[in-house]
Ligand binder design. Structure first.
Ligand code: XMP
Length: 434
């Protein structure tokens, strides 16, 4: 690793991620570590230039106030304590709320006191990861479940650059992907990047398992379990795989790895694979924030439509075709979603609105088409903005755009005679309908 590093020790702060992102904005690499890091762990980190003792309201763990270990105080590294009075050398009561002021304080410590070099950039990151991946994998083979989402796509591109033909990507089409998605994955990775790509069209299999199942949680469970089964079957057909690539990113680790956070989310690994199929993990994005993952994808030559795509749930259109999935309604979701995306793109809203999609419920209403009664499904439009998906507000879609989308959906999508716009923020509605 070429990059200088600042270590942020979590001494109960709620601003570890904010400060980490600020330091990276200054062009310096940083990692967040638990308060009780040992001398050995600290020594193992490359090019550490200074440590921030990041105190805060969660400083009491198991009934006692926490402090950094002696190893940190005796390391000889420049130390900077914020909201942490214990044995602190340089101390600040709290971080300035204003970003410019905060960056000034950080710049003084990181670039001034510590003398860290501004060498955190995607070119260096990619060069480092390519050599780390080669060192970890040697001449062995790596398997990757490539969904076509941002994280798995960027991992694939990075692994192709590092080890090329030693990588096999498996793209499982569960029949619940958006229009054009499986084709794009095959085109980008097989045709343009020359990857070994196993494309599995398992649509019929998934639709068969889901037939008649209307309970949302049950649908999700079936899709998740079947996905692992298909992936496992493909993995067993391949010989000599020892590694599994995975698109773990930094927020996954930070959210599950701190010892002081009140709400700890569990970190979902691809897990679920049977005991006799344990692979060593290759997780080259595990230190990147989402925007850095996108920047890495761009630097590796992935198309913007892949790198900047909106979030899409694992169970895909399956949770937007409400109740028991039927082919006609699934097609209506897929076609109406494609129209909505096209019109948002045309209106310059793609990349500006956080998430937008269509939902098709399992009831019909009466309409009139070419002077005759029709009895068809409605399509519900949803467009929301959010920072963390925990709460969301409604995008105020321009009236003319709503008219255009309605016109197109009711004329171009088979079996749809009505369009509704969902005005519910989260809470009380979740973003997805199921
Ligand atoms: P909700 O519906 O809970 O959704 O408000 C919040 C965000 O999470 C996405 N979502 C999922 N993403 N697997 C995923 O990877 C899932 O099973 C899943 N369910 C919901 C949803 O699209 C929204 O962005």
């Amino acid at each position: 690793m070429e990059q200088d590093m600042i270590v942020i020790l979590d001494l109960g702060s709620e601003q570890n991620t904010l400060i980490a992102r600020d330091i990276r904005k200054l062009g310096v690499y940083t990692e967040i570590h638990p308060h009780d890091i040992t001398a050995e762990q600290l020594r193992a980190l490359p090019n550490v230039k200074g440590v921030i003792l990041n105190g805060g309201p969660n400083r009491v763990v198991d009934g006692a106030a926490i402090d950094a270990s002696d190893a940190v105080y005796q390391s000889g590294l420049p130390l900077f304590a914020v909201d942490h009075a214990v044995r602190a050398p340089q101390n600040l009561a709290g971080w300035p709320e204003d970003e410019t002021a905060r960056l000034r304080v950080l710049s003084d410590f990181v670039l001034g006191t510590c003398g860290a070099a501004k060498n955190w950039n995607m070119e260096n990151f990619i060069a480092d990861q390519v050599s780390l991946i080669r060192k970890q994998v040697g001449d062995k083979k790596v398997l990757l479940a490539l969904s076509g989402g941002v994280d798995s796509s960027v991992v694939a591109a990075l692994l192709i650059k590092a080890i090329g033909g030693q990588l096999t990507c498996v793209h499982v089409n569960h029949g619940l992907l958006r229009k054009g998605e499986p084709e794009q994955v095959v085109d980008v990775f097989r045709s343009q990047m020359g990857a070994n790509l196993v494309y599995v069209d398992a649509s019929e299999r998934f639709l068969g398992k889901l037939a008649g199942v209307s309970e949302p949680e049950q649908k999700r469970k079936i899709i998740g379990a079947e996905f692992i089964r298909v992936f496992e079957e493909e993995a067993r057909k391949l010989d000599g795989i020892e590694f599994l690539g995975q698109g773990t990113i930094y927020p996954d680790i930070v959210e599950s790895g701190t010892k002081t956070a009140k709400m700890v989310k569990s970190h979902h690994n691809v897990g679920g694979l049977p005991e006799d199929m344990r692979f060593e993990l290759v997780e080259p994005l595990k230190m990147l924030f989402k925007d850095e993952v996108r920047a890495c994808g761009v630097a590796l030559g992935l198309p913007a439509s892949m790198v900047y795509r909106q979030p899409f749930p694992g169970p895909g259109l399956g949770v937007r075709c409400l109740g028991a999935i039927t082919r006609d309604r699934l097609e209506a979701v897929r076609e109406s979603d494609a129209i909505l995306r096209e019109e948002f793109e045309r209106a310059g809203l793609a990349g500006k609105v956080w998430q937008y999609f269509t939902v098709v419920p399992d009831f019909k209403s009466v309409g009139v088409r070419e002077n005759a009664r029709c009895f068809e499904y409605p399509v519900i439009l949803r467009a929301v903005n959010t920072v963390d998906a925990m709460t969301a507000s409604i995008e105020e879609i321009d009236w003319a755009l709503l008219h255009r989308v309605t016109e197109r959906i009711t004329h171009e999508v088979q079996g749809v005679n009505r369009v509704l716009y969902d005005l519910t923020p989260k809470p009380v509605g979740t973003i997805e309908w199921e």
